[in-house]
Design a protein around this ligand. Sequence first.
Ligand SMILES: [Fe+2]
Ligand SMILES: [Fe+2]
Length: 187
Amino acid sequence: MKYPVIISAVVLAASLSVQAQHQKDSTHRQTEKHASQTTAANFKVPVSMKKEHEELHRNLEKYTKLPGKTGAAAKAVAKVLHPHFVKEEKYALPPLGLLPDLAKGKTTTQMKEAIAMSDKLKKELQQMLKEHQQIVASLEALNKAAKEEKHPEVVRFTEALKLHAQTEEEVFYPTAILIGEYLKMKL
Ligand SMILES: [Fe+2]
Ligand SMILES: [Fe+2]
């Protein structure tokens, strides 16, 4: 009678141990999965900013088709704006996609990629600000032409795009740089 009890206890212990190991593996897999999902899902330009860029781009393209000085001035804005947006979406804005996770205290090794982007922005900051000055100068010419040719929608667009650049300078660029510095301390 004694042996079956011992055998049962050994079998039970072995089974619990296998179960525990299985659970541990599964938790580990889930953690890894969560980490890669976090990276895949959030390590990109925040949707709100992506949409804002798309809307500005779409409107500007529409205005380049206007006749007269307004259309010509809109084309001049597009020429300086497009390469600038490309750079922003490549390295200046994707680190911001990590903010919700970082605010919750979550960090993963995959976030290291943001450090390189953030460093690139830090290095290129003066150039990015210079491009904003060129964009603002071209917007002032567009604003003047749109007022003269009575395109109130285009006038409002120039103000919205100027505000967009100002927000980037005051909030988004510094935040993207700080994210890199924070990750250097954390990872
Ligand atoms: Fe932008
Ligand atoms: Fe910008």
